[in-house]
Design a protein around this ligand. Structure first.
Ligand SMILES: O=C(O)CCC(=O)C(=O)O
Ligand SMILES: [Mn+2]
Length: 197
């Protein structure tokens, strides 16, 4: 990660935003390849004992044998495709970290969202490094401290940006993508992760 990029979190974790890691052209090309080349699905999740559909489309890709439990769903990884391998390789060069799986989220419009959560599944181990890449439209991303809920950090994740989260971030901070009232087109986010074992 570029030395000039500062930690955006005031305490207990680290989050670095590298805007424009991918050029506008590269971002537009990957957006199109991922919109059409990924088998997007809307999956159910269980919230307070009730089965509801997730307000977004998802896909899970990774090295074989790295099954992953996400919000109560066991996701078997689909093999990497060419675009994902290229993106992964660029992220690995930029961060110096290798990843073996990725969760893809497609927010189709302003009503799609992701609620408050931490990426703290036990398969990720203690203090996971998570590399989050965005393509398509800009969406608002919020961090909120887990115990001091009034402590927040707002970011806008633009096409071609990389948000790197590390250290104790997933222990002390939740994050979300909220619905918005103004219309917005599709956005794709890929979070590269390392599943242990
Ligand atoms: O879309 C985003 O920027 C966030 C995605 C996310 O938090 C996740 O996949 O766990
Ligand atoms: Mn997350």
């Amino acid at each position: 990660m570029n030395e000039k990029i500062e930690n955006l979190l005031p305490k207990q974790g680290a989050a670095y935003l590298h805007e424009g890691l991918f050029s506008a052209d590269e971002s537009a090309n990957y957006m199109e390849e991922l919109m059409t080349g990924i088998r997007w699905k809307q999956e159910p999740i269980v919230i307070f004992g009730k089965r509801v559909m997730q307000p977004r489309l998802t896909a899970w890709h990774g090295d074989p044998g790295k099954a992953y439990r996400y919000s109560g769903i066991l996701m078997e990884p689909t093999p990497w495709n060419k675009a994902l391998l290229e993106i992964k390789s660029k992220i690995e060069k930029s961060t110096g970290v290798t990843f073996n799986s990725a969760l893809l989220n497609q927010y189709r419009h302003e009503k799609d969202s992701m609620g408050w959560h931490r990426d703290n599944e036990k398969e990720l181990g203690v203090n996971p490094v998570i590399a989050s890449v965005s393509f398509g439209e800009v969406r608002r991303f919020l961090f909120r401290h887990y115990t001091e809920k009034s402590l927040k950090k707002e970011l806008y994740l633009s096409a071609g940006s990389l948000l790197l989260m590390s250290g104790e971030t997933q222990k002390h901070w939740e994050h979300s993508i909220s619905k918005q009232s103004t219309p917005v087109g599709p956005r794709i986010n890929i979070t590269f992760r390392t599943i242990l074992s």
